[in-house]
Design a protein around this ligand. Structure first.
Ligand code: PLP
Length: 227
């Protein structure tokens, strides 16, 4: 057994354990392997161990790996900040973008999504706890952004994504994630169909699963530390 295979197995077992502990239905929590600043060889190794979904933060790096690994059937997720002059390649290569926080980017991705591909699945990134963070739409502006985005034909609004500010206390972690679930419920009451919550990383995965995460994003615990 290889190193990465072991790590994936451990994380998979943890996800299963927490899913049972918090009565989540089976297989509703998916692992996104965050591979930023790790080489294509490591991604290949994880893929061969059964991991299909990988998350990248930088467009240039995504494209290099996309080309190096074109023989594999990887599901690519873009999870980094996205500038409007870099949307085209992202629209052409990934299945998911987690970090939509303004209409301009969503519109470009929708317009640039190739017609032969299914609509791009997207999450709106919500600025849930860090008022100083520049990433993420405010809670106040979320409904209007959701409304605008849902009119676009090249993308499909699937979820909400958050990166809460670091918080050690388990109950406090849960409280933040519970707020995201509230936002999801409010949107769905207004007729949206939000079925994805991209939340939870290495240090707050249990709290995220307890509240309803459907995608947990894990990097270091799989691939080791980054340069
Ligand atoms: C890097 C990153 C992760 C993974 O972080 P690790 O600490 O390596 O597990 C998850 N989500 C986002 C948005 C990231 O940028």
């Amino acid at each position: 057994m290889t190193f990465i295979r072991d790590k994936l197995q451990t994380i998979g077992a943890n996800i299963k354990h927490f899913s049972r502990k918090y009565q989540r239905s089976t297989n509703t929590v998916n692992l996104l392997a965050v591979s930023k600043r790790h080489g294509a060889d490591k991604i290949r190794e994880a893929y061969e161990a059964g991991q299909i979904a990988f998350g990248e933060n930088y467009v240039q790096e995504l494209l290099e790996k996309y080309n190096q690994l074109s023989d594999l059937n990887i599901e690519w997720h873009f999870i980094g900040p996205l500038q409007s002059n870099k949307t085209k390649k992202v629209a052409e290569t990934v299945s998911w973008v987690h970090t939509i926080d303004r209409f301009k980017i969503a519109k470009k991705l929708s317009d640039q999504r190739p017609e032969k591909l299914p609509p791009l699945s997207v999450c709106i990134q919500v600025n849930i706890s860090d008022e100083n963070s520049k990433s993420g739409v405010s809670i106040q502006n979320l409904p209007i952004l959701a409304e605008e985005i849902s009119a676009l034909s090249g993308i499909n609004l699937r979820g909400l994504m958050v990166i809460p500010s670091a918080e050690k206390d388990f109950e406090n972690q849960r409280e933040v994630f519970a707020k995201v679930v509230d936002l999801q419920k409010q949107l769905n009451k207004q007729g949206f169909n939000i079925d994805t919550l991209s939340m939870g990383m290495s240090d707050d995965m249990e709290a995220a699963i307890a509240e309803g995460a459907t995608i947990v994003r894990i990097g270091t615990a799989i691939f080791g530390s980054r340069e």
